[in-house]
Ligand binder design. Structure first.
Ligand code: 9UX
Length: 71
C-alpha cells in the first residue's frame, strides 16, 4: 500500500462509469486500489510514491473522464 488520496471526478454520467473509472485506475501501473463513490463524484486512490497525480489524470482523460488535482 502507498498513499491514499481522494480526488473529485468529472465525466461520470451513469453509475456504470464508476466501474469504468475504477478499472482504468486499477490497471494503471503503481495503483494498488481505486474506489469510486458515484454519489459524491469522487475516487479514493491508493498508489505508490512513484506514481504522479498527472499520470492518474492522463489515464482518465484518454477515455473522457478527469480528476481534479489541487494546485
Ligand atoms: Mo454509462 Mo459511463 O451508459 O462511461 S458507463 S455513461
Amino acid at each position: 500500500t502507498g498513499t491514499k488520496k481522494s480526488f473529485p471526478v468529472t465525466g461520470m454520467t451513469c453509475a456504470a462509469c464508476a466501474s469504468s473509472v475504477e478499472s482504468i485506475l486499477s490497471h494503471t501501473d503503481g495503483v494498488n486500489e481505486a474506489t469510486v463513490n458515484f454519489a459524491s463524484n469522487s475516487v479514493l486512490v491508493d498508489y505508490d510514491a512513484n506514481v504522479s497525480e498527472e499520470k492518474l489524470q492522463n489515464a482518465l482523460r484518454e477515455v473522457g473522464y478527469d480528476i481534479i488535482i489541487d494546485a
